[in-house]
Design a protein around this ligand. Structure first.
Ligand code: ADP
Length: 243
């Protein structure tokens, strides 16, 4: 007789069950909390806007501007929380996507944001086959990457962002390439972590790249980030072709 190992997996199964239940409860809690906070927050944002139009006292206006900045930041965080929960919970819904149209739409929805006006965008699409994927996930990923490419621009260069779409036999590849500050080697393996902010000037919630990572994993693909010697960073999404 050879030596054998018997491992009682009843406990393991039980703790896995409990962990799944806890994760489900946490996700429901986060969803309800974010959802319930959104209503009152929208009222505060609306009332602050009205007050800013009515009030003339400069000191009061200064306070109102600060309140508005904080509430808008909170609103962005809540939107991102809800997005993360949706990515985790929803099933993937594949539909044909016109990426040129989608990118146009994303760029025009962002053009009112700071620094977009002075950024040049170049889009290079060499896709031959029809692209089928989940539109919400693709939109979230491209939007977050484009927002960052503009947010982390360098004062030394005129901001230029290149978006490239190409394919190989198995994958569709989407690259967002900027000539901004680049990513320090020391933080490269942390940038996709939840709540991680690597830049002191970041006024974001540190959720953008976490959303990208979760979305791409949901599609069975991968994302990689590289810094360029000449300055700037590029992110490549590799999305397996749907068969
Ligand atoms: P946030 O932008 O809210 O800080 P993200 O998750 O989107 O959070 O990004 C995490 C960090 O990765 C940023 O704080 C920044 O340090 C770095 N980063 C992301 N995109 C770029 C980029 N295009 N160029 C340089 N650094 C970047």
């Amino acid at each position: 007789y050879g030596a054998g190992f018997f491992v009682d997996i009843t406990d393991l199964k039980q703790s896995r069950k409990e962990a799944t239940k806890l994760a489900e409860e946490l996700s429901t809690f986060l969803y309800m909390a974010s959802h319930d906070l959104k209503g009152p927050l929208a009222s505060v944002i609306g009332l602050t806007n009205i007050a800013r139009n009515d009030i003339e006292d400069p000191k009061a206006l200064e306070y109102l501007n600060l309140i508005q900045e904080c509430t808008l930041k909170l609103d962005r965080s809540l939107i991102n929380f809800l997005k993360i929960i949706r990515i985790k919970d929803n099933t993937v819904n594949h539909v044909p996507i016109d990426l040129n149209l989608l990118i146009d739409d994303i760029l025009s929805s962002l053009k009112h944001q700071a620094c977009f006006a002075n950024t040049e965008f170049q889009i290079n699409n060499s896709l031959k086959s029809e692209f089928c994927s989940d539109e919400d996930l693709i939109r979230s990923m491209i939007q977050n990457l484009v927002e960052n490419s503009v947010k982390y621009q360098s004062r030394l260069r005129k901001p230029l962002v290149k978006i490239e779409l190409r394919e190989d036999a198995l994958n569709i590849l989407i690259t967002v390439d900027d000539n901004g500050r680049g990513i320090d080697e020391k933080i490269k393996d942390k940038i996709f972590n939840i709540f991680y902010r690597g830049d002191i000037s970041s006024n974001g919630s540190g959720l953008g790249l976490y959303i990208v990572k979760n979305a791409i994993e949901k599609l069975g693909g991968s994302v990689c980030a590289e810094s360029k010697k000449e300055g700037g960073a590029f992110f490549t999404l590799t999305i397996p072709k749907k068969r």
